[in-house]
Design a protein around this ligand. Sequence first.
Ligand code: FEO
Length: 428
Amino acid sequence: MVEVTSRTGPAGAVEIAPGVHWIGALDPALRTFDIILRTANGTTYNSFLVRGESGVAVVDTVKLEFAEDFFRRLESVADYSEIRVIVLNHLEPDHSGALPELMRRAPQARLYISTRATSMLKALLKPKEADRSFEYETVGTNDEVSLGNRTLRFLHTPFLHWPDTQCTYLVEDGILFSGDIFGCHYCDNRLFNDRVGDFRFSFDYYYGHIMRPFKAHVVEALKLIEPLRLTIVAPTHGPILRDRPRRYVTHYRELSTSSLTERIGNEDRSLVVFYMSAYGSTARMADAIRAGAEETAGIRVSLYDLEGGETGPFVDLIEEADALAFGSPTINGDAVKPVWDLLSSLAVVNLKGKLGAAFGSYGWSGEAVRMIEDRMRGLKMRVPVPGLRLKLIPTDDELVECCDFGRKLAAALVGGEQGRVIDFSELG
Ligand code: FEO
């Protein structure tokens, strides 16, 4: 008879190293996380228990709905009275859900959170003023808590994926409890990366949606993590990385720093022009804008007709561009859907400081250009040149206007006109 392990995992805790146990929960049925993330394989809420000579530490908890699983696993390896330290690496509810009850059951324990987590702790858990169970201590990089023969050392790694996030390093064992970093939404009751199914897609998908907008913070975190001796990387979601954990650190380094520009070199500033055109007018505007922009030395302009492509592959291009221009006709008082599709996919890209511009031909109302500009400003792009709208078919004079629009955009890009450009979104 074949024995099939429950999809929600073993009943008790699972030892990941001597005296270190996984006490988290499996959520195999989850299909959407944080509203936007697809989770075809469900997810896990990983939490851990570390036993030291002078007490027990619990690192992270689980989503409230899974508290029962968490407490059952915890009770299989420790008494609440032994818990001296509770660490929350990240206060998002999927990790802090069981915290209030844990602190009620282990009132002698001290809670350690990052300095930035204080306001979140209060906002998320709404502790009563008089409730001593919410006493806590804030910690930063290289602060340590001793469990006698074992040491927990903290690394401040903000924005991965909330401002409060930190990692906790179990020094003597070389185990990094990494929070969301190196995590993925991949539920498999075999728990360890050398035993679960192929989760590479989930790993990269998670990075792409959770970490990618904060690449600069990933690079800073890697500076703290890369020098560490690592036997296990234990994230809060997905497989526990015990087989060659450094591969995942290296992969993060590649994902966060490698770019097309770095690989093949590009000295020019890049302007990427995306457009859709119903009758060819917006396309002619795009051509003229390109011609105008290319008059400026050191600018490389790329043109893409959104009718011909999927938006997904454009995201890398956009991330590396210095300026973006979107051209859309106005149809039924709106920009066209492929333009919105592309703009809505940019939440995973840090666009702050990139230049943006909008243009388009219209029939009678022409709202698209202003709507695109508003969206770009909402994405923290700078819109240095007022949008260009032309009624129906552009005349020769209007095409000259388009060239001039391209010139101005190029000038703003190389810095020539920055002093004279006023972006009204930045005022007030
Ligand atoms: Fe897994 Fe950002 O919470």
